[in-house]
Design a binder for this molecule. Structure first.
Ligand code: DLL
Length: 433
């Protein structure tokens, strides 16, 4: 279903007019209410009056993750704290939390975009949804919650974890929709099988999976294991949480709700727009947010954008599945590698489980070593050593020929790699660079 047909299917010229009007207003608003933005624009030599239409967005400077961290906790807020009704934080690997806030109006916006996202996935009012993203400071649980209420779904706010209870809820209440990270969905399948439950007989028909990168092969694995449609949801706390973009049932890219979140793709080295359709860093401007609007926020996520109308009727632009983050990329002996590329190779090989970890190390005076640790079927372990070695060799050859990077492969028994109920940890970088 299309939740907001007017905004999602309008002609591109109309959409551009709306974006232009909203951009002018939000630039004025942030300049007036947030000293960080006033200073940043002044330093960059740009005034709110210079921004007359959406294409003028390129005159504005990029807001970075470091800007957010340096403004800890509330200096990037444009609304006074007493008007903020909810605060979330996301924790990075280093330094301070990233803090975000929502006014009442922002919460209404979040509910609206998340209802639109659920509509993309194929949810209909009256359906039941099991929300197994974490509730709390992480935006996943509550974002889905607000959207589901807005659409009129019946909500099971299960939060993440307690896997046996998740499965019992599913079995007894028969929810149609599941929302969680893709890695947690596969972990639940393992538990289900151990409990003697056939995942293919589950009540879940549609999954809305995101918060971490996942490959097309992982989608196939989830769809065949659970016999459900697996759709991709994208978002980040800084922009709103989940609800920035969602795939429709055609699964040909994620529709960005660009009447409120304006997307651009830049070359992170030059800061300039890439050519249409090329990959680069996704930059987003929140066109209507009040508590903490962001102008040209550099997400570090790598995507391309397709502006063609989709088969579903939506004219909203579509971002490609996220290949990885600029800061997630491992550079091994000078070659750029994204965990999702390795995942794609691994899941194409028979006998492999979708659980893996990449360990990068560099011993003194030596070159980088990339070790791929991957779980294989029990059966392979009970085979002779020879079979195990030949599988190791096969994986090694495929990764080396496709990615051009030298790797060591270590096969381990099922359940050796730590499972995650939220975002999976795929890379362990032991190098002290
Ligand atoms: O992960 C919000 C979210 C919750 C999205 C639930 C989808 C579902 P953060 O914790 O701030 O917010 O992390 C945001 O996660 O910049 C991406 O690098 C990554 N990410 C989010 N969705 C996807 C996705 C939430 N579908 C960061 N594919 C983002 C790949 C994703 N990466």
């Amino acid at each position: 279903m299309i939740w907001n047909k007017e905004m999602e299917c309008m002609g591109l010229e109309n959409l551009k007019n709306i974006q232009s009007e909203r951009l002018k207003k939000i630039v004025e608003y942030t300049y007036k209410n947030c000293s960080f933005y006033k200073k940043k624009m002044d330093r960059h030599g740009v005034n709110p009056e210079d921004v007359k239409c959406i294409d003028d967005i390129q005159k504005l400077p990029i807001t970075t993750k470091n800007d957010m961290r340096d403004s800890y906790p509330f200096q990037l807020f444009s609304a006074p704290l007493k008007e903020v009704s909810e605060i979330h934080v996301s924790s990075g690997t280093t330094g301070n939390f990233t803090v975000v806030g929502y006014t009442k109006e922002d919460i209404r916006l979040w509910a609206e975009v998340m209802a639109r996202a659920l509509g993309c996935a194929g949810a209909e009012p009256g359906d039941m949804i099991q929300i197994a993203y974490g509730y709390g400071l992480f935006t996943g649980g509550l974002g889905f919650h607000y959207g589901a209420l807005e659409m009129g779904l019946t909500v099971l706010p299960a939060s993440s974890g307690q896997t046996k209870r998740q499965l019992k809820l599913m079995n007894d209440f028969k929810p149609k929709i599941l929302a969680c990270t893709p890695s947690y969905c596969l972990y639940m399948a393992e538990e289900a099988k151990e409990m003697g439950f056939d995942p293919r007989k589950s009540s879940w028909e549609i999954g809305s999976f995101g918060a971490e990168p996942w490959s097309e092969s992982m989608r196939k694995e989830i769809e065949s294991t659970w016999n459900m449609l697996a759709t991709d949801v994208y978002g980040l706390s800084e922009i709103i949480g989940p609800g920035v973009a969602h795939e429709c049932q055609h699964k040909k890219g994620l529709h960005v709700f660009s009447d409120v979140f304006y997307p651009e793709v830049i070359d992170p080295k030059t800061g300039k727009h890439v050519k249409k359709g090329e990959k680069g860093e996704l930059v987003i401007t929140t066109l209507t947010k009040r508590a903490i609007p962001l102008l040209r926020y550099g997400t570090r996520d790598i995507v391309s954008i397709n502006y063609e109308k989709c088969q579903c009727g939506r004219t909203l632009p579509r971002i490609s599945k996220i290949v990885g983050r600029t800061d997630d990329m491992i550079i091994v002996r000078g070659i750029n590698v994204f965990p999702s590329q390795i995942e794609h190779v691994l899941l194409g090989i028979e006998g492999i489980h979708p659980h893996y970890q990449l360990v990068v190390d560099r011993k003194a005076g030596e070159l980088d070593e990339l070790e791929v640790i991957v779980e294989v079927e029990e059966k392979i372990f009970s085979d002779e050593m020879k079979a195990l070695r030949s599988l190791e060799e096969k994986i090694k050859k495929e990764i080396e020929s496709i990615l051009g990077v030298f790797v060591r492969v270590k096969l381990v028994e099922p359940k050796t790699i730590e499972r995650s109920e939220g975002k999976a940890k795929r890379v362990i970088d032991k190098r002290t660079l």
